[in-house]
Design a protein around this ligand. Structure first.
Ligand code: PLP
Length: 393
């Protein structure tokens, strides 16, 4: 008897798989089959997890820290996260009721949106956006309201754009600076202008994904949205994690800090989903946070050089416009409209020319593509060469 395909729920069927992960996998498959491909897709550091962090995990395992942990995270890690916010952001959170440790920042964001949204609620997301924000909102039947930011405004939303997008159904505004994929970093003044609009709408909460906080260039420091004012601090859920700053993507450690009611709702959801995340991972995270931002700064110095290499190389093309990023580890590139290929997407076109990138459509910004600079200089040079060649003539 032939098994019939088991139908997906309506909500899951309506959401695409993560397009960036799918492209990265396609690139890996081509490479595994012996294909000549330079992959500039991956959104994770090419640095190793610091050895002292690995040692802390091993020591925890040997001590027998291998059991369930509290749903919201170990006491030691929540205290370390609270100390991080106090020292680096001047923000004071109660580790017992205002901090939640999750299995990656992704789960923290998922928890926040699904624990608070009902069908038809609206979430304002600014494009270009990290791929998962709209999908997570859709997974609970809520409506992502996507507003495009523009390169001439540094890819930071203007207060009037925010004001025009707000309706009586708006529950959350999602901010992500430093931004994936544009690399934009919002200044405290730009945040303050957005806060002025939000002050008129007390029912709205802000989800500020600050996972690239310490990957900044040219001496720029990325502020936390919650530090704009005490009022905004009360209404902001800050999302952060260990993946990027400490090269710990595989450890799956993220966290949220913010209002007690939201943290409580997220914790309830997490208690039924994953419970507390890995015990040894949390011990590793305590050791990582004790390092401060030094490891991220070391990475940022390398990424900055690579960014400059990409910008210099691509400047030679008459078909492309790369916007200088101030942070994160990507370069976002526009294919000038009259030079857009006929292929289904820019990424498909470039794949045929031996280089894998993430298509701008994945970020709600078609006609653009994202290059990740988390590869060595040689691969980056080869990738740029192929991109230039693809758009030659
Ligand atoms: N937020 C942004 C903006 C990201 O780019 C990523 C990963 O690419 C995440 C969240 C997810 O981070 P984590 O590995 O902690 O789940």
């Amino acid at each position: 008897m032939v098994m019939q395909e088991f139908p997906q729920s309506r909500l899951v069927a309506a959401v695409p798989s993560s397009p960036s992960l799918a492209t990265a996998q396609r690139a890996r498959d081509i490479q595994a089959a012996g294909g000549d491909l330079v992959s500039l897709t991956i959104g994770e550091p090419d640095f190793p997890t610091p050895p002292e962090v690995v040692e802390a995990a091993l020591a925890a395992a040997r001590r027998g820290e291998t059991r369930y942990t509290p749903v919201t995270g170990t006491t030691a890690l929540r205290a370390a996260i609270a100390a991080k916010f106090a020292q680096e952001n001047g923000l004071h959170y109660d580790p017992a009721s205002q901090i939640l440790v999750s299995t990656g920042a992704k789960q923290a964001i998922y928890n926040a949106l699904t624990a608070t949204l009902d069908p038809c609620d609206e979430v304002i997301v600014f494009a270009p956006y990290w791929v998962s924000y709209p999908s997570i909102a859709q997974l609970v039947g809520a409506r992502p309201v996507v507003i495009a930011t523009r390169p001439e405004h540094g890819f930071v939303p203007r207060p009037e754009d925010l004001a025009a997008a707000i309706t009586s159904r708006t529950r959350w505004v999602v901010l992500n600076y430093p931004n994936n994929p544009s690399g934009a970093v919002a200044s405290l003044e730009q945040y303050a202008a957005l806060a002025e609009v939000l002050a008129r709408h007390p029912g709205i909460r802000v989800l500020s994904d600050e996972i690239y906080e310490h990957i900044c260039y040219d001496g720029i420091v990325a502020p936390s949205f919650a530090s704009v004012s005490p009022q905004m601090r009360e209404r902001t859920l800050v999302i952060n994690g260990l993946s990027k700053a400490y090269a710990m993507t595989g450890w799956r450690l993220g966290y949220a800090a913010g209002p007690r009611d939201i943290i409580a709702a997220m914790s309830k959801l997490q208690s039924h989903m994953t419970g507390g995340t890995s015990a040894v991972g949390q011990a590793a995270a305590v050791a990582a946070l004790a390092m401060g931002s030094s490891y991220a700064a070391r990475q940022a110095a390398a990424y900055e050089q690579r960014r400059d290499l990409v910008l210099t190389r691509l400047a030679a093309s008459g078909a492309l416009r790369a916007v200088k990023p101030n942070g994160a580890f990507y370069v976002f590139v526009q294919v000038l409209p009259h030079r857009l290929p006929d292929a289904a997407s820019v990424a498909d076109y470039l794949l045929d020319h031996g280089v894998a990138v993430i298509d701008g459509a994945a970020f709600g910004y078609p006609g653009w593509f994202r290059i990740s600079v988390t590869v060595g200089q040689e691969a980056l040079e080869a990738g740029c060469e192929r991109i230039l060649k693809a758009f030659e003539g």
